[in-house]
Write a protein that binds this ligand. Structure first.
Ligand SMILES: [Zn+2]
Ligand SMILES: [Zn+2]
Ligand SMILES: [Zn+2]
Length: 103
């Protein structure tokens, strides 16, 4: 089931939140529409805490959710490797669940 949600990366403004090229540069996550489509059910992205921004410092979209701030969860089984945190010890997304915290 697909739903339309507000783009987390640009907070629905449709503009690049980091203004990399100019203050008018477009959000690449939602293609400047301010909204993104995602399949439900979803869970807030653990890696970026739902912000859609890469928490590792780079001014790019989160590598786990692609900037949407949420991830589609096909199952409801907590990842056994990261115990549902979505993170591995070195600050990278969990290799088993890809940072979603679920398998
Ligand atoms: Zn956007
Ligand atoms: Zn994310
Ligand atoms: Zn995991």
């Amino acid at each position: 089931m697909a739903k339309i949600i507000t783009c987390a990366f640009c907070s629905g403004t449709g503009k690049d939140p980091f203004e990399l090229l100019s203050p008018l540069s477009h959000c690449l996550v939602c293609n400047s529409t301010g909204m993104v489509q995602i399949d439900f059910p979803v869970k807030r992205c653990l890696f970026c805490s739902g912000t859609g921004k890469n928490p590792m410092g780079a001014r790019v979209a989160c590598i786990v959710c692609g900037g949407k701030g949420v991830n589609y969860i096909g199952g409801i089984i907590e990842c056994t490797q990261c115990k549902g945190t979505g993170k591995s010890g070195d600050g990278l997304p969990c290799s088993r669940c890809g940072g979603k915290g679920l398998n």
